[in-house]
Design a binder for this molecule. Structure first.
Ligand code: DGY
Length: 325
């Protein structure tokens, strides 16, 4: 029996991760796993991180200033298993000298696929149809049953034309949609592929038969899509959100869906997940998914490996490839 103490760096994985990711973490480090996959608050993460040099956290972990302050001083890097970093107080991390890394690129296609699923599902009333069948309420095909909206020839407005926004545009073009976009910076012509640029996102709303949001959640973007901006959309527009729930004002969206001002909404993200505004559940024209944007085996493995690549770099004294802070 080998009684040599494990001299490898300690790495905390806050949640259960795909097997291949946990196997690599346990091969290379003294990994602290979470086999029961318990949701941990900041205090519990700090406690489990005793002796750890790295914390591999997830989008559902709230790492606010207090949680960051509570982390043991041994922690050098917070590698989040997400592209979004809105769950981490980056200023607090910076002030403590922590490195923060994310997982860009590897989830672009999976998230864009989910945006298209939501566009199609919301436009074609897929959720209503599915619920009808499950409730045993389908009485047969009729010419006017559950008529939805055609995608071809419709205008899709994309706010936030980064990696995911561009991937959504490519897919939507294949369905015959015309692309409008707004972004802090106009794209180079070869990336624009005929999309129409609007410097002011607000001014673009009037042409959005479909509006898809792809910008980060920050204090400035909180509730960006509010009642006033919804009124600028064409009547019967369809809203798609795969970014973060906090960028829309739920009360305003629910009210607009109720009145038919918005024909439908396809939502993968919600403010205060998993306790979403219950108003969404009561609406026939809401198509709701539980934050599945990056949820493919391939993508989740890639996200885990990318987070570990970042931990490897920091613990070896190299620059992290996906350093955010
Ligand atoms: C992300 O990567 O930000 C997704 O929301 C999943 O965590």
């Amino acid at each position: 029996e080998d009684s040599t103490p494990d001299a490898r760096p300690v790495v905390l994985l806050t949640r259960r991760l795909p097997d291949a990711v946990e196997a690599r973490a346990s091969r290379d480090y003294a990994a602290i796993l979470n086999p029961a996959d318990e949701a941990l608050d900041g205090g519990a993460i700090a406690k489990r991180a005793a002796g750890a040099e790295a914390v591999l956290c997830c989008a559902g972990d709230r790492l606010d200033a207090a949680a960051i302050a509570a982390l043991p001083s041994s922690v050098k890097v917070l590698a989040t298993f997400s592209v979004g970093t809105d769950h981490i107080d980056l200023d607090a991390a910076r002030a403590r000298g922590l490195t923060v890394t994310n997982t860009p690129d590897v989830l672009t296609d999976a998230t864009a696929d989910i945006a298209l699923l939501l566009i199609l599902g919301a436009a074609r009333r897929a959720s209503e149809g599915e619920r009808m069948i499950r409730a045993d309420a389908w009485t047969g095909w009729t010419p006017t049953q559950l008529m939805g909206t055609h995608l071809g020839g419709k205008r899709l407005g994309i706010i936030g034309m980064g990696r995911i926004g561009q991937a959504v545009a490519r897919r939507a073009r294949a369905f015959g949609m015309t692309i409008h976009y707004s972004n802090r910076k106009r794209l180079a012509p070869e990336l624009e592929e005929g999309a129409t640029y609007h410097a002011d996102p607000e001014a673009m709303l009037a042409v959005c038969d479909f509006l898809s949001l792809h910008f980060p959640a920050t204090a400035e973007t909180r509730h960006w899509l509010n009642a006033e901006r919804i009124e600028k959309l064409p009547p019967g527009a369809i809203l798609i959100n795969t970014a973060r729930g906090s960028v829309v004002d739920d009360a305003a969206v629910i009210e607009a869906l109720r009145r038919g001002r918005l024909a439908a909404a396809g939502l993968d993200v919600f403010e205060n997940e998993p306790k979403l505004n219950p108003g969404y559940r009561d609406l026939p024209n809401s198509f709701l998914l539980p934050h599945l944007g990056s949820a493919t085996v391939e993508t989740r493995n890639a996200m885990g490996f990318r987070a570990l690549d970042n931990i490897d770099a920091v613990l070896a004294g190299r620059e992290a490839p996906d350093r955010v802070v």
